[in-house]
Design a protein around this ligand. Structure first.
Ligand code: FES
Ligand SMILES: [Fe+2]
Length: 383
């Protein structure tokens, strides 16, 4: 079978398309170019609209394996809103606005495992389902009605190994159908071996763009990625609102003599999945990297990073060691070059040289990203 349900090519078909590109010195091409106004990388108005969209859509919050057992929680800011997501006793994932119903203190920080969320200010306690469990010095609050003083819930749903959160609405049938476009990217056996956050003075979209094309492999990464890969040789697939960009390694050519049905892609290519709007999942040779780009301001972004072993590689120590080496190589070499490039672009906006940026036909996934973003912003209900 060439295509899966969501329209993505099978591994064998991707390998064949890569080998054809190698032979013909070609790469996947989109139908159209896109001109993105430069003001969209620093305008407060555009930023507010994008934040509203991030609250309106089901957006990945963390991998499911970040919540391995009852009481496991992750607290962080998503689209400007402090949230806490927790696995309840019944295994269901729940999400709440991270604010105590007494005087608003955050009830959870970072990650951990707990039976109750106990506010560190005056000790109000909440169960994992968000309900109010205990108020110290209760006689001081004669009129408090417990039923209406639980943590305020937001919608959370698990799909494809990810927890999605929607902040300003119920997840409707349309949004659920959109999630069905996504393949099973993450599996329960994967192990998180590193998680981190870093902040950079860039618009959140610049980082997405740097991840979604291979046109810069030779010029920006001459000694890091290029010796192992190709310049401008990618398979680019759009599925639903999302994209998958394949970055092959030169050693993929060893598969020429392998029958198509036996061609294994592990170690031969990197799949970068872009889940609209702000998440990338890169399945690399020996590990999987998830990056969630959380906009802080029009010119500042927090990157939430998870590093996991690859599907099927679970907790074996050898695999874990290989995954850590792989992750170290990627972030120490080419990753730093990409980060420096997008910071330079953001700083360069002040030059006033450009009214728009032009994304060409080899930058097909970025064109699709901006097409979907632009259409989604227009379709957003006005408040
Ligand atoms: S603010 Fe949480 S107990 Fe007072
Ligand atoms: Fe790059």
């Amino acid at each position: 079978m060439v295509e899966s349900m969501n329209g993505l090519l099978s591994d064998a078909a991707v390998v064949q398309r890569v080998l054809d590109h190698v032979d013909n010195q070609t790469s996947d091409l989109g139908d159209t170019i896109w001109r993105e106004p430069v003001e969209n990388y620093h305008s407060a108005e555009r930023f507010a609209a994008e934040l509203a969209l991030l609250k309106h859509l089901p957006v990945p919050f963390c991998p499911s394996v970040a919540l391995p057992e009852a009481g496991s929680y992750v607290a962080r800011v998503a689209a400007g809103t402090p949230l806490v997501v927790v696995r309840d006793e019944d295994g269901k994932v729940r999400a709440f606005r991270n604010a105590c119903r007494h005087r608003g203190m955050q009830v959870a920080q970072g990650t951990g495992c707990t039976k109750y969320f106990v506010c560190s200010y005056h000790g109000w306690a909440y169960r994992l389902d968000g309900s109010l469990q205990y108020i110290p010095h209760r006689q001081g609050f004669p009129d408090i009605d417990d039923e209406n003083h639980g943590l305020v819930p937001v919608e959370a749903i698990e799909r494809h190994g990810l927890v999605f959160v929607t902040q300003d609405q119920k997840i409707g049938a349309g949004a659920l159908a959109g999630l069905d476009d996504i393949p099973e990217l993450l599996t329960p056996d994967q192990r998180i071996f590193a998680s981190s956050e870093n902040i950079s003075d860039v618009n959140w979209k610049l980082n997405m763009e740097a991840t979604l094309e291979g046109l810069h492999i030779k010029t920006l990464h001459p000694e890091s990625f290029y010796p192992y890969g190709y310049d401008n040789l990618n398979v680019v697939e759009c599925f639903g609102n999302n994209n998958r960009v394949t970055f092959p390694f030169r050693r993929i050519e060893k598969l020429r003599d392998t029958p198509a049905e036996s061609r294994k892609v592990a170690g031969k290519l990197t799949y970068v999945y872009h889940l609209f709007p702000n998440v990338t999942i890169a399945v690399l040779s020996n590990h999987t990297g998830i990056t969630i780009s959380e906009p802080i301001s029009p010119t500042r972004t927090r990157f939430v990073n998870y590093r996991l072993t690859n599907p099927g590689e679970g907790t074996n120590d050898d695999n874990l060691a290989r995954a850590k080496r792989d992750a170290g190589f990627v972030s120490d070499s080419g990753g730093k070059e990409d980060a420096a490039a997008v910071q330079a672009i953001q700083a360069g906006l002040a030059s006033g040289a450009n009214q728009h940026f032009t994304f060409g036909r080899y930058e097909k996934a970025i064109v699709h990203f901006h097409q979907v973003l632009s259409a989604s912003l227009q379709g957003l209900p006005r408040s």
